[in-house]
Design a protein around this ligand. Structure first.
Ligand code: F6R
Length: 358
């Protein structure tokens, strides 16, 4: 008998809005995103930036963390990601602000966009339309329009890669051409390993989803960029599979969360740890992971997912992509539509009412 995750017909009818198709399209989306940013009429920056701030929420904010990882490894400017209504006081005319909102209507992002104007920061807006586009066009602020019509969390390529390419074009990041070409190849290979048509026996994403089904996943990044990927996995598990998952990172979790395992058996018998790992981890991190595994003991199942590739970008996006597939297979096993985000929609509607009554 076929494994439930190999029942293609049933999987398709459980996914009426085609989240799997959008996920299979991710490598092609990344290619289009790079082209889009490469062809965009690059505005001159009136001043040398000293700080980059990315304002965005949820699926639009996480791209800021990915940009931060690139700058930490290859750039010389600090990158701050603001997921709130307010910009920190350090934002000034030497700040380059990316206001990123797929819909263009997220109020936290619009609020930061306005504050950046008041502070005289250099602004670039990225959205598929919405109020952000209207305001940017009205004020002559550079606006990069990404294709419309998909959930923001499936548009990471559009929401992250253009920022990297623009920074490269402004010479704030080194040349990315080869790294991008290899990353795109790696994503195609990954799709061909984890996509729906690959049978359960050969498909690590399906196997991991099946192992995590019914469990409370604790997603541990092994430090560095894996901390960001763990956060992305958490968001995808929450939004696509409608379940809790928690994310933390080495080495920080060895200074607090490690003690939670002492009482873990009293709290839940269904924990599962997934460690997101990198082949070049330091000996300290490897030792931490190993000792943590011993301390967790039989209080939880233990899984590992390893990044592959030559460059940071390749490893970052490849490991991200694995989590996207796992979250969709989990959605199917949980019997939920991966597309629906009713609770987020309801909150946004309530806040919109509040804004219009003010
Ligand atoms: C929905 C999703 C959300 C949104 C967030 C902000 O797919 O991923 O996390 O990204 O609610 O909305 P936007 O991206 O339109 O600014």
């Amino acid at each position: 008998m076929a494994h439930p995750l190999d029942e293609h017909g049933q999987l398709r009818s459980a996914d009426p809005h085609g989240m799997m198709a959008l996920t299979l399209d991710f490598p092609a989306q990344c290619k289009r995103a790079v082209e889009l940013a490469g062809e965009w009429r690059l505005p001159n920056l009136p001043r040398e930036p000293r700080l980059i701030v990315v304002s965005g929420m949820g699926g639009s904010g996480i791209g800021g963390d990915y940009l931060r990882a690139l700058f930490e490894a290859h750039g010389s400017l600090p990158v701050l990601v603001v997921r709130d209504y307010h910009l920190p006081r350090c934002v000034d005319p030497h700040t380059l602000l990316f206001a990123v909102s797929y819909s263009g209507n997220t109020e936290e992002t619009l609020s930061c966009y306005e504050q950046a104007r008041a502070r005289g920061a250099m602004r670039v807006a990225i959205s598929s339309g919405g109020e952000l586009q209207v305001r940017a066009q009205r004020e002559g602020v550079p606006h990069l329009q990404v294709p419309v019509g998909q959930p923001p969390r499936t548009a990471l390529g559009y929401l992250f890669l253009p920022m990297a390419v623009l920074c490269e074009r402004w010479q704030l990041l080194p040349n990315l051409e080869q790294v991008l070409a290899r990353t795109l190849q790696r994503l195609v290979q990954s799709r061909d390993r984890w996509g729906i048509s690959v049978a359960y026996e050969q498909n690590h994403a399906k196997q991991l989803a099946a192992a995590l089904h019914g469990k409370l996943p604790l997603l541990y990044g092994s430090g560095d960029y894996r901390a960001i990927v763990a956060t992305r996995w958490k968001g995808q598990f929450n939004e696509n599979a409608k379940q809790h998952a928690f994310a933390n990172t080495f080495p920080e979790l060895n200074h607090n969360e490690i003690l939670g395992w002492v009482g873990a058996k009293r709290q839940a018998k269904n924990f599962a740890v997934v460690v997101l790992r990198d082949p070049d981890e330091s000996i300290q991190i490897r030792t931490r992971v190993e000792v943590t595994r011993q301390l967790v003991g039989d209080a939880a199942e233990w899984h590992e997912a390893w990044a592959e590739g030559d460059s940071l970008l390749e490893r970052l996006l490849m490991l991200t992509y694995l989590g996207d597939f796992v979250s969709l297979y989990l959605a199917y096993l949980n019997g939920v539509d991966p597309y629906a985000i009713d609770s987020i929609d309801r909150l946004k509607a309530e806040l919109a009412k509040l804004a219009s009554s003010e």
